[in-house]
Design a protein around this ligand. Structure first.
Ligand code: ADP
Ligand code: MG
Length: 492
């Protein structure tokens, strides 16, 4: 490249620079490599207040002096280059100026065209530097956690996609805002932000645990950690989603409490069962000699005793490993029996139970009494949710001759997301007189029958429970009638 530069004679050079200096209205200097001024134009004389009888060296501050040496080195090989220097002006102040320089290797002289960096230019330069910075923050987009970068004065310079997601805000709304806006969507205790900020400034790092309660029914937990990177003069903030960890923690605590309650309930249920049996026996005896009025009271006692027994047996199934006899059951048959049994009660509450079945003679392996209890619990819940009457639809379908699906759908009050999350938990109830055992029992029994259960619900529209069981074939009958199946796990 150097070789291709036309070599000018000294006169030609002077002539050429002379023309250039006349033709340009911007301040232009000819300098040697040490920064000594060899020639100037009118504009430069004005700018630097130069005395034409003595033209000395360019006066610049210390960092610019160092930069000059490096710059000249580079210029000698590139022949043209640009740089910004802090130069003393006519008013004796230093000012940032841009030097556009050409180097003539022949004379070893530098022609420098100078422009002062006015406010607009400085601003433009600042913005382009900022853009460069924020482009480099785009790299954070690919990280699997939320990152926010703020400058040392606490202005947000960049954030990645996860940060937008966790903070539920668009990037453009947070950019160039104060760092504290990170906390806008969280519920915070008084003084929490102040403590965090003062720790960040003092110790150069701080973290804070926050809760997002903006979405009803699904609370999210985050840990926000910030580090003040003094070297780059930026604050890097990382947000960690701790929701799963917290949920697991709550679940374990809940489970531990339930274990204790469950064990107590199981032993109490066991103790109550025996006196209950004798109460039932004596009630039957009393009925033999009772007049009509006493008979009425005795039937009430009888049905209440039955209810107690029902609760106790559900509690016992739930609280300890049980074994059950497995038989081949025609599902259609027992569903009809349950509906028949529950219909009178339903009709009294202006509720119709409709049964739709596309398949009879579908067999599953299981225990008839327990399955009946499952369907009864589901229909009972459906009835309890329909305060103004309506229709409960029970529907049975087979899928690929291998699976039978049973749906129990109501037109009741529906459930919110907290109830949906907890409804299979033992003792979870939203009813003042509920036990919260019905669905825990249902889930355990369905799973004992190798089945699955799921729920869809919409507030004020209704709820639909779906169950699926594997269909048994006749080949499996013989083996079934003799086999007993142990329930291996303990639910409390
Ligand atoms: P309980 O009936 O004693 O409350 P369950 O285990 O049977 O206990 O039900 C737990 C909770 O699930 C109920 O309290 C109720 O909030 C909710 N639930 C169950 N089934 C329905 C339904 N069909 N419609 C609305 N809510 C229901
Ligand atoms: Mg119930």
């Amino acid at each position: 490249m150097k070789g291709s530069v036309r070599k000018l004679k000294q006169n030609d050079m002077n002539q050429c620079f002379g023309n250039l200096m006349k033709s340009t209205s911007s301040p232009t200097l000819i300098l040697n490599k040490a920064g000594k001024i060899l020639n100037v134009n009118e504009a430069a004389i004005k700018l630097f207040n130069l005395n034409l009888t003595y033209i000395g060296y360019l006066s610049m501050d210390e960092p610019s002096n160092l930069k000059w040496a490096k710059f000249v080195n580079q210029l000698q090989s590139d022949l043209r280059s640009e740089e910004i220097f802090n130069i003393r002006t006519a008013s004796n102040d230093f000012e940032m100026m841009s030097f556009k320089c050409f180097y003539d290797p022949n004379t070893e002289e530098i022609v420098a065209q100078i422009s002062t960096l006015n406010y607009d230019m400085a601003h433009e330069l600042y913005v382009s530097q900022e853009q460069e910075k924020s482009q480099s923050f785009n790299a954070y987009d690919h990280l699997p956690y939320a990152v926010i970068v703020s400058d040392a004065s606490g202005i947000i310079l960049g954030l990645n996609k996860y940060a937008e997601m966790y903070l539920k805000i668009e990037k453009s709304q947070l950019l160039h805002k104060a760092h504290q806006h990170i906390f806008d969507s969280f519920s915070m205790k008084n003084g929490q932000i102040t403590t965090y900020l003062s720790k960040l400034m003092g110790e150069k790092h701080a973290n804070i645990h926050v809760v997002d309660e903006t979405q009803v029914g699904s609370t999210c937990y985050y840990e926000i950690s910030s580090i003040f990177d003094e070297y780059n003069n930026i604050i890097v903030t990382v947000i960690n989603d701790e929701t799963e960890k917290k949920q697991l923690q709550h679940k374990i605590e809940h489970q531990q409490a339930l274990n204790v309650v469950g064990q107590m309930a199981a032993s109490i249920a066991h103790e109550i069962r025996n006196p209950l049996t004798s109460l039932k026996g004596f009630t039957e005896l009393l009925k033999l000699n009772a007049d009509e009025e006493s008979h009425m009271y005795l039937s009430v006692i009888d049905s209440e005793l039955q209810r107690m027994e029902q609760i106790l047996s559900e509690l016992l199934v739930l609280s300890k490993p049980t074994s059950m006899k497995v038989e081949l059951i025609e599902l259609d048959h027992i569903v009809k029996q349950v509906i028949e049994f529950m219909l009178p009660d339903a009709l009294m509450k202006k509720i119709m139970i409709q049964y739709i079945s596309s398949s009879t003679q579908v067999y599953i392996g299981g225990n008839e009494n327990r399955l009946k209890q499952v369907f009864m619990n589901l229909i009972k819940n459906a009835m309890e949710s329909m305060h103004n009457g309506g229709t409960i639809t029970v529907e049975m379908n087979t899928i690929d001759c291998a699976i039978v699906e049973l749906m129990i759908k109501d037109e009741g009050i529906g459930m919110d997301s907290t109830t949906i999350q907890n409804l299979f938990q033992p003792f979870y109830t939203t009813k003042s007189t509920g036990t919260g055992l019905g669905l825990a029992f249902v889930k355990k029994v369905v799973e004992e029958h190798e089945g699955v259960i799921d729920v869809n619900s919409e507030i004020q529209k209704g709820t639909c429970f779906h169950m699926q069981f594997p269909i048994y074939t006749f080949n499996q009958i013989d083996s079934l009638e003799v086999s007993t199946k142990d329930s291996a796990y303990l639910v409390t």
